[in-house]
Design a protein around this ligand. Structure first.
Ligand SMILES: [Zn+2]
Length: 317
């Protein structure tokens, strides 16, 4: 499946030089007009003719770069390499490792690793313009990320708790909660870290994630995990979700009637292939970033994905 419609040849034709990248980025970032980051002025702000990536504000007399406040701001890596990295990242269904990127664009491993981290940050800046509605499927999955040790000095003296079970609820793996809008296939996911009582994956946590993206009165399909029962009571279900629990264990699985959570489950398969296939191991600290990466690919396909990522490269304060 082609995720990003642009081919490598098209990328080269569209962005042959650093200058063409600057012009394009300018067009994307300032699609509603130039704004001075120092004084907020939209008047009397203009691009410098001698250096296209710099702008002058004639109100506060400051100069600013069109890359200020973006993931590209402090980089010393050539922009053509950055754009090639974006292209590779968007087209790799299972993601791309720092080692692969290092080989492809000819940087150090550390630089490639940082670039991927920055791109994942941009991917996580996605703002859902429209809430999920009608039917949403909700499920959780467990990823084998181990909690990062707080103190490096303890690295060899404090063994991590042994994870004896390999799958499912009750393991020491990290739960990720996912919501998928059935009609559009859009996905929203959140890593569920333990609450202040040390509990993870409570009904409240599940409902919080669902409510963040789902319109009131929508139908929410889940499996029979008891945490979802929070939606079965009026008091604990202010959004008035209609909860349908599909009970796999009792053989009520009837996909033909649309009663299933297959959509979100197939997203988990993609996520796990990416984490196992390309990244091998992801620590809990970075897990949300990797999950965001898979969500972005799922939610943004075709021509717009590239420009959308550029737009999201502006860091949220
Ligand atoms: Zn200004």
């Amino acid at each position: 499946m082609l995720l990003c419609a642009m081919t490598f040849k098209e990328l080269q034709e569209k962005f042959p030089t650093e200058q063409s990248i600057i012009v394009h980025f300018h067009k994307i970032r300032y699609r509603n007009g130039l704004v001075c980051p120092h004084c907020g002025s939209t008047q009397k702000v203009g691009t410098r003719i001698d250096q296209l990536k710099l702008c002058n504000c004639n109100r506060c007399h400051n100069t600013f770069s069109i890359f200020s406040g973006t993931i590209f701001e402090k980089t010393s890596t050539d922009l053509t390499k950055w754009f090639y990295a974006v292209h590779l990242f968007l087209n790799a269904k299972k993601g791309i490792s720092a080692l692969q990127l290092q080989r492809e664009i000819g940087t150090t491993y550390k630089t490639a690793w940082r670039m991927l981290k920055q791109l994942r940050t941009a991917m996580g800046n996605e703002i859902l313009t429209k809430p999920f509605e009608l039917i949403v499927e909700v499920d959780e999955t467990y990823v084998g990320g181990k909690p990062r040790k707080e103190n490096k000095n303890l690295q060899f003296t404090t063994p991590m708790p042994k994870d004896t079970s390999t799958t499912g609820r009750g393991t020491k793996k990290t739960p990720v909660i996912g919501v998928k809008e059935r009609e559009t296939g859009r996905v929203y996911t959140r890593v569920a870290l333990p609450d202040q009582n040390g509990q993870k994956l409570t009904g409240k946590q599940l409902l919080n994630v669902i409510s963040t993206v789902t319109k009131s009165d929508s139908v929410v399909m889940t499996d029979d995990f008891r945490g979802y029962n929070i939606m079965n009571h009026k008091v604990t279900n202010p959004e008035k979700f209609t909860h349908i629990s599909v009970c796999h264990s009792l053989g009520e699985f009837s996909a033909g009637k649309g009663l299933h959570t297959n959509g979100i489950e197939s997203f988990w398969a993609i996520l796990k292939r990416a984490i196992i296939g390309s990244y091998h191991h992801v620590s809990t600290k970075y897990l949300q970033n990797y999950v965001n990466e898979c969500c972005f690919r799922q939610n943004n396909r075709g021509d717009n994905a590239f420009d959308k990522l550029l737009l999201q490269s502006v860091l949220v304060a």
